[in-house]
Design a protein around this ligand. Structure first.
Ligand code: ACO
Length: 326
């Protein structure tokens, strides 16, 4: 399969580190030195559904297709204010699509999981065109009185349209149970029979453990998928990694012994937007003309579970209507 259209959308509200230091015991220097993050966009007056629709519309428009051409919609989302219906169902009709859809919770690796499933749909001839929308509001999982987690995240949506053509070379997805290091727990309604006490827990993260797991897992995925395809890091033109933390990306880059220019980042502006981070980065780079025709991209992400995903794709240039490629 091949990516033939991209789109993204960020909330209007920009929150700087200094703004956070106004009500949290933190500072711009702590946040930038530990994470690389300077600002994040947070939902204020928009809904996540609206962001998802804007990103998806941009992706469909750049693909040259009509919404009615989409055979399947996969929506990557960890959680939003609706438990049911799915976010996919909520955005489907406003987009003008009338295809089957479902939500997929692959945490921050949800975009890679969605790609892997889309690939299976193409291979089994279930679809000719698939829309993936990764839309996330992780800022809504955090306790905003706690500095440990709230400074790390931002909200956003990224989308791609895929078609049944040559492009992706390979995928690798993994999962393991490490519930204690990273979780967000919502309590459901009680019943007269329920005897297990449940408590809502805003996002809990063992930062150092997650850091180590993320670096180890990403390096393993990248090494294994390269080896399987008889490639080395030098065969990859750009590494589009999950935008969680600049230090995580730097550790992975050092292990792979590849130049900094091959690891584009935008987490400085957006923070960690969970599964939306790679499609947002991809859309920005593609619209800026920085994804060269025929170049080889490595995508890799990791997240709560612990889940990981990696993929290698050849890039085919996308023509965008209103913006000029640089
Ligand atoms: N501002 C100021 N001080 C803080 C803050 C903050 N926002 N948060 C924590 N601190 C304090 C801690 O309380 C601790 O204080 P203490 O020494 O008095 O106990 C001190 O800073 C140092 O804490 P460390 O844990 O040593 O800081 P570290 O260098 O490990 O950085 C961080 C913490 C940034 C969370 C790091 O562990 C990390 O990046 N982990 C990975 C987080 C991540 O990226 N998660 C997302 C990936 S998975 C996914 O995307 C879902």
């Amino acid at each position: 399969m091949r990516i033939i259209g991209t789109g993204s959308a960020l909330p209007e509200k920009v929150v700087t580190n200094d703004m956070l230091a106004g009500f949290l015991d933190t500072s711009d220097s702590w946040i930038t030195s530990r994470t690389g993050i300077y600002t994040r966009h947070l939902l204020s007056k928009e809904t996540l559904g609206e962001l998802a629709i804007t990103a998806a519309q941009a992706a469909i428009e750049s693909s040259g297709l009509e919404p009615s051409d989409i055979d399947y919609l996969i929506c990557s989302n960890v959680a939003n204010s609706y438990v049911s219906p799915s976010l996919g169902s909520i955005i489907l009709a406003p987009l003008g699509c009338s295809c089957p859809c479902f939500d997929l919770n692959g945490a921050c690796a949800g975009f890679l999981y969605s790609l892997d499933i889309a690939d299976a749909f193409f291979k089994t001839k279930r679809a000719k065109h698939i829309l993936i929308v990764a839309a996330e509001e992780p800022s809504r999982f955090c306790n905003w009185h706690e500095r440990e987690t709230s400074v790390l995240f931002g909200d956003g949506a990224g989308a791609v349209v895929l078609s049944d053509e040559e492009g992706f070379l390979d995928f690798r997805v993994t999962a393991d149970t490490h519930t204690d290091v990273l979780y967000y727990k919502r309590s459901l309604e009680t019943t007269p029979y329920d005897r297990v006490e449940e408590k809502t827990m805003p996002l809990v993260m063992q930062g150092r453990e997650v850091f180590k797991l993320a670096v180890r897992a990403c390096i393993k995925d990248v090494d294994m998928i390269l080896e399987k395809n008889n490639m080395t890091g030098s065969d990859i033109d750009l590494f589009l990694l999950h935008q969680a933390n600049l230090r995580i990306i730097d550790s992975i880059r050092e292990h792979l012994d590849q130049p900094k220019e091959k690891f584009p980042t935008n987490l400085q502006k957006y923070g960690n937007t969970s599964s939306a981070s790679i499609p947002i980065l991809m859309d920005e780079l593609s619209r800026a003309g920085e994804l060269k025709d025929g170049s080889t991209l490595m995508l890799s992400a990791f997240g709560g579970g612990f889940v990981t995903g990696a993929a290698i794709t050849k890039w085919t240039k996308i023509e965008y209507k209103q913006e000029e490629n640089q």
